[in-house]
Write a new protein. Structure first.
Length: 81
């Protein structure tokens, strides 16, 4: 059962990582557009920063810490041969 849980957790974290990278790409393109005075959604990105992107980053960081710590604990508790 724990293998299934970790499989789903890692899959969810992978999709969250892709979402965060997509948001970063959007931010980079919007900044370039802002410098060129072309509206590419920087104001929309800034309005979504707090309610959408910050929780996504927090979930990604917390999930990575939980996944790493739990795999370390499982490795320490498993009998070595």
């Amino acid at each position: 059962m724990k293998e299934t849980f970790f499989k789903w957790l890692n899959t969810a974290l992978m999709w969250n990582l892709f979402f965060v990278l997509l948001c970063f790409g959007w931010f980079a393109i919007a900044l370039i557009g802002q410098a060129a005075k072309v509206p590419l959604g920087l104001n929309l990105w800034l309005s979504l920063w707090t309610p959408v992107m910050q929780p996504a980053l927090g979930i990604l960081m917390a999930g990575a810490l939980i996944s790493g710590a739990s795999s370390w604990i499982i490795k320490r508790l498993s009998p070595t041969e």
